[in-house]
Design a protein around this ligand. Structure first.
Ligand SMILES: CC(C)(COP(=O)(O)OP(=O)(O)OC[C@H]1O[C@@H](n2cnc3c(N)ncnc32)[C@H](O)[C@@H]1OP(=O)(O)O)[C@@H](O)C(=O)NCCC(=O)NCCS
Length: 196
């Protein structure tokens, strides 16, 4: 049976932050920062039914909250899923990978908090959940987001041409990044390129 976020002993602490599962009570804090122009630029203006969508189990179950000194500073998504496989091998490909997403309150950017939180989530994915691959994507011109991935040692694997609809209404290029469990372990052991 593949592991999921219920198999982690939450909350998890890092040097400066606490990471915990999101609850319905976090909807307002998430909505508040998602309406900031520097966030809507990439994620779009939240829909009218944001709160209803937020508390739907298929969404809420994927979400983590980042806190500093007990105060909400951002959120993370961890979507665990299956890898492609031929039908005969599906049991080996179920729940082996995760896609991550992230956002910080604009006031909290520029301090390395996203780096610290996502690095811990990578550790959880590989070490606690035993996943084999973690991916994330962003618009090619979302420089802060792809620099975060590169700081964490993730590899740019894809430059997709005009594959995603930007909130401006333009089709824009996207970057896909990934990291494998063995790469994570090697960087932790000092054998590979460490996160910057
Ligand atoms: C993507 C996002 C989370 C990145 O935030 P960020 O502040 O750039 O990332 P971090 O919190 O890791 O901080 C890194 C910055 O702090 C600096 N920093 C300061 N102290 C640091 C530390 N101890 N460790 C690492 N970086 C540190 C870094 O130099 C870097 O600044 P720079 O980019 O000017 O060089 C943020 O821009 C955001 O929420 N954007 C809107 C939502 C969004 O686009 N989400 C992704 C959709 S795909």
């Amino acid at each position: 049976m593949p592991k999921d976020l219920t198999h982690v002993d939450w909350p998890v602490s890092t040097a400066r932050l606490t990471i915990r599962r999101a609850t319905a009570d976090d909807a307002d804090a998430v909505l508040a920062y998602r309406t900031s122009p520097s966030v809507t630029e990439w994620m779009g203006i939240p829909p009218e039914d944001f709160r209803a969508r937020f508390v739907a189990p298929e969404r809420l179950d994927l979400l983590l909250v980042i806190e500093r000194d007990g105060v909400f500073i951002g959120d993370l998504m961890v979507r665990i899923g299956d890898a492609w496989s031929p039908l005969r091998l599906t049991d080996q490909a179920e729940g082996v990978q995760a896609e991550l997403g992230w956002g910080l309150r604009p006031e909290e950017t520029g301090h390395g908090y996203a780096t610290e939180a996502v690095e811990e989530v990578l550790r959880i994915c590989f070490e606690d959940l035993g996943l084999r691959r973690v991916t994330a994507g962003c618009f090619a011109d979302n420089v802060r987001s792809w620099r975060l991935m590169e700081r964490l040692g993730m590899r740019r694997e894809q430059h997709a041409v005009r594959d995603a609809l930007h909130p401006s209404g333009e089709w824009r290029d996207g970057y896909g990044y990934a990291l494998l469990a063995e790469e994570w372990a090697a960087s932790r052991a000092g054998l590979g390129p460490p996160p910057a």
